[in-house]
Ligand binder design. Sequence first.
Ligand SMILES: *[C@@H]1O[C@H](CO)[C@@H](O)[C@H](O)[C@H]1NC(C)=O
Ligand SMILES: *[C@@H]1O[C@H](CO)[C@@H](O)[C@H](O)[C@H]1NC(C)=O
Ligand SMILES: *[C@@H]1O[C@H](CO)[C@@H](O)[C@H](O)[C@H]1NC(C)=O
Ligand SMILES: *[C@@H]1O[C@H](CO)[C@@H](O)[C@H](O)[C@H]1NC(C)=O
Ligand SMILES: *[C@@H]1O[C@H](CO)[C@@H](O)[C@H](O)[C@H]1NC(C)=O
Ligand SMILES: *[C@@H]1O[C@H](CO)[C@@H](O)[C@H](O)[C@H]1NC(C)=O
Length: 890
Amino acid sequence: MALRAFYAVWGFLLEVAIAFGPVPRITWEHKEVQLIHFHESEVSNYSTLLLSEDKDVLYIGAREVIFALNAVNIAEKQHELHWKVTEDKRTKCAVKGKSEQTECRNYVRVLQQLNDTFLYVCGTNAFQPTCDYLNLISFALGGKNEDGKGRCPFDPAQSYTSVMVDEELYSGTSYNFLGSEPIISRHSHQSPLRTEYAIPWLNEPNFVFADVIRADQNSTDGEDDKIYFFFTEVPVEYEFVGKLMIPRIARVCKRDQGGLRTLQKKWTSFLKARLICTNPDKNLVFNIINDVFILKSTTLKEPVIYGVFTPQLNNMGLSAVCAYNLSAVEEVFSKGKYMQSATVEQSHTKWVRYNGEIPHPRPGACINNEARASNYMSSLNLPDKTLQFVKDHPLMDDSVTPMGDRPRLVKRDVKYTQIVVDRVRALNGSIYDVMFISTDRGALHKAISYENGMHIIEETQLFPKFEPVQTLLISSKTGRRYLYAGSNSGVVQSPVAFCDKYTTCVDCVLARDPYCAWNPHEASCIDIFKENEIERSWIQNIGGDASSCSDKVSENSLQHTFKHGSTAELKCSQKSNLAQVVWKFKDDVLRVESPKYRLLEKALLIFNLSEGDSGVYQCLSEEKVKNKKFSQVLAKHVLELKKIQHTTVGPTTAAAPTEGNSDVPKVSAVSTEGSTAHTLTTHMVPVTTARIVTKPLGSVQTSAPSNTELFNSIPDTVPEKTMFLKSNDNFLLMFLFLFFFILFLCLLSYNCYKGYLPGQCLKFRSIMLLGKKKKSDFSDCEQSVKETLVEQGSVSHQSGEQPKPAHDTGYETEPDCGNGQLQAGDSQASREAKDKPFDVKCELKFRNNSASFCDKSLQRHPFWMTPSQSPMQLETETGAAQNNQFELFM
Ligand SMILES: *[C@@H]1O[C@H](CO)[C@@H](O)[C@H](O)[C@H]1NC(C)=O
Ligand SMILES: *[C@@H]1O[C@H](CO)[C@@H](O)[C@H](O)[C@H]1NC(C)=O
Ligand SMILES: *[C@@H]1O[C@H](CO)[C@@H](O)[C@H](O)[C@H]1NC(C)=O
Ligand SMILES: *[C@@H]1O[C@H](CO)[C@@H](O)[C@H](O)[C@H]1NC(C)=O
Ligand SMILES: *[C@@H]1O[C@H](CO)[C@@H](O)[C@H](O)[C@H]1NC(C)=O
Ligand SMILES: *[C@@H]1O[C@H](CO)[C@@H](O)[C@H](O)[C@H]1NC(C)=O
């Protein structure tokens, strides 16, 4: 068992090389696509969303406010309701040690449609959860102020989930102020039910999702509707050092009434099982569930459960999507084995598979026709034996395995937070489940699975401030498909596809987006779900075969004249992350590796132009899909030698900040000549002769204005690194050079001292060591460290405190330096040590003593080389001015 648990968490650590997962084909920056935003000043935490599809209203529960927005355009606010905490309650909450400004507010956590005229709403209300009825006609609260205990968390930081089923609220949250009593409950006037407060039922759960799955109306077994809960909890069945977490699925039956004697007012149908999301080939184990979406579509035989997961120790930034079919879940609950606790060696309990006799009716099963035939008409009739069994055995031994026994998608360097799935019928009739998965950096990935692989169609930056997306909703009403995403700062509405961004047939088809198809008559990429009728001539191929496209190669080309020795910048931008840009000159592939050229992200630079460079340049994008290569001409430029002589400025002017770009002609750039250290950026803008601004070819001309913007943004093409050179003194360069030189010397000496370097060095080493009579060995070095630190510390050491041994002090200061923050209990000594960083000391020591100290300080403080650290550590006696320059550099 311990080994099983070990693999459950740390299994993935054994894997060294892990694929990064598919790359999103297109990355839309925040401003590149049209999104609709909603946020109000002074309002934050837009964490609860509810969509009313028939009324086209999006309700938002934020901090102390509820909004009703037009779902077609969320910038249109329809209603707003303030739901504030009373002054009195806030004070009381603050007295209990909570933050008056943040925690002691009313965070709306439950927002559910009760019936046509009412929403059921709950808020944390300064740690006194309260629920009320929101009248949708007057948009006012009923003032009932029901106690929200068990329906809404006390603490806004605690997890919660809820679902309204037939005017009854099912919720998973915590039941007390401390958040130590978890509960899954049903709020109902007739038969409120809850979970038993016992560790085997719920053990520190983190609720993420709940939804109902209705019984098949056509089946004859008279099954009940079931409500499923998804959460991560501390498992009782694994013993492990440290807190292991396990993802779970739990379910209850809608018609459960509780038991008569045993399990009175408690669920008689509560069962839970482990959800598995692992990749056995790669030893990847995902045991934190972040969100779930249940796809229920009329075209589906059974609902499919999609979940997003991350590993518990996510040191590699992995995320996964696993899909489960409902029959696999039902199989576990209705036929699987139970687990039971067994006492071993007196005090120790262990959870093992229960192999004994199972009472009849089956514990935890819903009342169906079979049970009714045996005269068990409701859970109140169930025999005590069955109820006692389910009370003691809520956990199944079998686990729910994903479809295909592996994740649908594993992606590295991303943390997925939320998921919604849309089922769409492509033009040729095939059905695709399009997954929209949000990240903790405000982005959205859109992916489809195709022939056992995943294709990420696009990545869209929904929020400008890379913040976590906390809720995600989809409306898949015909003709009106939108996504709504909520975060701490606001809500964003996005279309499900950006078909009109694709300007050629090849581009439209290569997108492999089931929403988009190429309409050859209009020569545009259209959203097929926005059209009234589907036409046969439309071109779409989810496999990415664009061979039926016949994009006309535009004859438009851009003429440029240039003069000898100047530099030309030929623009060409390529959106697809899966494509390669290829330049052709006079129909031959250009060898851009040669120093004459430099390939930038959105342009090609040609230096030192001469007669031989005139001719036609073509920029092509080549994209390979399944061994087929599709290339399209993105831009065509014609270069011509200019006959008229310009005498104003020669081709080589003084100011030459970097190689290569130095001879950009400055025909009209007179005004910028003033400051010598000015960057390339300014030099390039005013150039007239050789500066080339490309207009997109062919159909591109009809594209959105943002596209042209893109083409015109010349300064972008300058590599970012050169920005550093903007700073106007060479002193900084000198300083850096010195800094690295000293660093190099230290390292050299250290390696030499350690005998790592061969040959002459050893000679040098023996001379050094002999000269000092072998004094500076390791302990000596330590001594010197000790002396230095004690010396520093003694300045401010409090009375009676013994100087710490050098070793301790050295390590103690390390974490402080590491994160740039001082811990509360830090001694003055370590502060002093921090104020005078080791690089300075190293330098001094090195000059007048042996290298042994240097190596020591280097060893202990590797941080001063890493650029990600805070600039504080780089403080030197040279003062603040230099510090700033360091920041600039880093
Ligand atoms: C909606 O629910 C409320 C509260 O239970 C009730 O008062 C009201 O009559 C219901 N309205 C309808 C149309 O069912
Ligand atoms: C509310 O939003 C703020 C940022 O606006 C964030 O710092 C805080 O953690 C959020 N609180 C909750 C409970 O989500
Ligand atoms: C139920 O049966 C009816 C008629 O037999 C059929 O039209 C309907 O599609 C079935 N519904 C489901 C959910 O299978
Ligand atoms: C559901 O999943 C189970 C287990 O993976 C599999 O045996 C079964 O065929 C699946 N059913 C469907 C309809 O995909
Ligand atoms: C639709 O096109 C895709 C991609 O080429 C193909 O895999 C699929 O089999 C096609 N479906 C039908 C029903 O022809
Ligand atoms: C520019 O090209 C000419 C010949 O075309 C060559 O003589 C000259 O050395 C080149 N200059 C530089 C700076 O490469």
